[in-house]
Every structure is written in structure tokens, then in C-alpha cells.
Design a protein around this ligand. Structure first.
Ligand SMILES: [Zn+2]
Length: 86
């Protein structure tokens, strides 16, 4: 079973959830950003082994990954535009 970051989940979190500082410090799995099962290193969402990170750190990583995705798309668009001009 693979554990990939779900962009829609991320967007929902952004829309529906305002994280305060305490929540940002919550320990969550580095893969899915959900609580880790107690006394294990098992992510409660995907049931894979994971590392513990702070919610704020996870959100930041997710944000960076999302931004990188977008800038890749942006570069593609710019390349297309360049092709049209020549
Ligand atoms: Zn997971």
C-alpha cells in the first residue's frame, strides 16, 4: 500500500480548518498528517510506518510540495507560450 499526499485533502484542510499554535504542534505522521497510533509508529490513516512530525511542519511541507507542483505547471505553460511565439 502506498501513501501519497492528497492535494484535495490538503485544500480541504486549508479551507475548513484554522490551525492555532497548539494544533500546529500536534504530533502527526509525516505521510498523511494524521495522528499516529498510540505507542507505535503506525500512521492511523494509511497504516504504514511513518515518522512523527509536528502538524505545522507537515502543513509546511505539504504547502511547499503544492507550490512546487504549481510552479512546474507554470513552467510548462510558459514553455508552450514560447513555442507559439517562435
Ligand atoms: Zn500515512
Amino acid at each position: 500500500m502506498s501513501c501519497t499526499f492528497n492535494e484535495d485533502d490538503y485544500r480541504d484542510q486549508q479551507l475548513n480548518k484554522h490551525l492555532d499554535e497548539q494544533e500546529m504542534a500536534e504530533p502527526v505522521s509525516n505521510c498523511c498528517g494524521v495522528p499516529i497510533e498510540e505507542d507505535t509508529d503506525i500512521c492511523s490513516k494509511c497504516k504504514e510506518h511513518c515518522s512523527e512530525v509536528e502538524m505545522g511542519e507537515f502543513m509546511y511541507d505539504a504547502h511547499v510540495a503544492y507550490e512546487e507542483d504549481r510552479s512546474d505547471e507554470q513552467r510548462e505553460l510558459e514553455r508552450d507560450r514560447d513555442d507559439e511565439q517562435t
